[in-house]
Design a protein around this ligand. Structure first.
Ligand SMILES: O=C(O)CCC(=O)C(=O)O
Ligand SMILES: [Fe+2]
Length: 215
């Protein structure tokens, strides 16, 4: 069945796939529509008491963690209609990328993140080559009136080198997608409360009866 929505949506997926092949990343602002972005922001306000300080990998040392990242997070689930709508968009993207690039993306997980004023996430990689099943990172921003003086940019670095290749303002509707093991990145401290959804498409790395990703 063709609908008036099919063409533009498919062309977004084409653009994403082409950019991943050519550059390994893409920034866009015509992903999930504005209505869902607003509803997702409202959801962060409803959930504010459910956010918890994020950890770094398997690191349990809270002091060490807070020198690296200071955001607090809440995982999305299909139990809420707004969160389900975002997960549904990502599921469509997962299938579209697998069809175009045969990446074997197996599932997707994502969390809301709140960076209070002053909070940061130091330069890091989301995955290390061959050591993780996170292969493709997405970051989606939810603040609809972000100002330049609020700071809080995402800096994306090349595989080697200290000069950022992108400085992304966390403005509502901006979606960033990049190969998780290729691009070091960091979140600069902001002056305002900064809300985003960070997510990862994963491959199935199960071996024998050890289930990975864990359920
Ligand atoms: O919020 C952002 O801009 C990036 C967050 C991030 O790098 C992460 O959660 O791994
Ligand atoms: Fe990251």
């Amino acid at each position: 069945m063709t609908s008036i929505l099919t063409a533009p949506t498919e062309s977004v997926f084409d653009r994403i796939a082409d950019a991943l092949v050519e550059h390994g990343y893409i920034l866009l602002n015509d992903g999930p529509d504005a209505g869902i972005t607003r509803a997702l922001f409202d959801r962060t306000q409803e959930l504010s008491h459910a956010f918890r300080r994020a950890g770094v990998g398997r690191e349990q040392d809270q002091h060490l963690n807070s020198q690296i990242r200071q955001d607090e997070i809440h995982w999305l689930s299909v139990n809420d209609a707004t969160e389900a709508a975002y997960l549904e968009w990502m599921e469509t993207l997962r299938e579209a990328i697998n069809r175009r690039l045969f990446m074997g993306l197996f599932d997707y997980e994502c969390h809301f993140a709140h960076y209070a004023p002053g909070a940061f996430y130091k330069r890091h990689l989301d995955a290390f080559r061959g050591q993780t099943n996170r292969v493709l990172t997405t970051v989606y921003y939810l603040n609809d009136d972000w100002k330049q003086e609020d700071g809080g940019e995402l800096l994306i670095y090349p595989e080697s080198g200290d000069e950022p290749i992108e400085r992304v303002a966390p403005q509502a509707g901006t979606l960033v997608i990049f190969l998780s093991d290729r691009f070091p990145h960091e979140v600069l401290p902001a002056k305002a409360d900064r809300y985003s959804i960070a997510g990862w498409f994963r491959v199935n790395a199960s071996l024998g009866n050890q289930i990975d990703p864990p359920r």
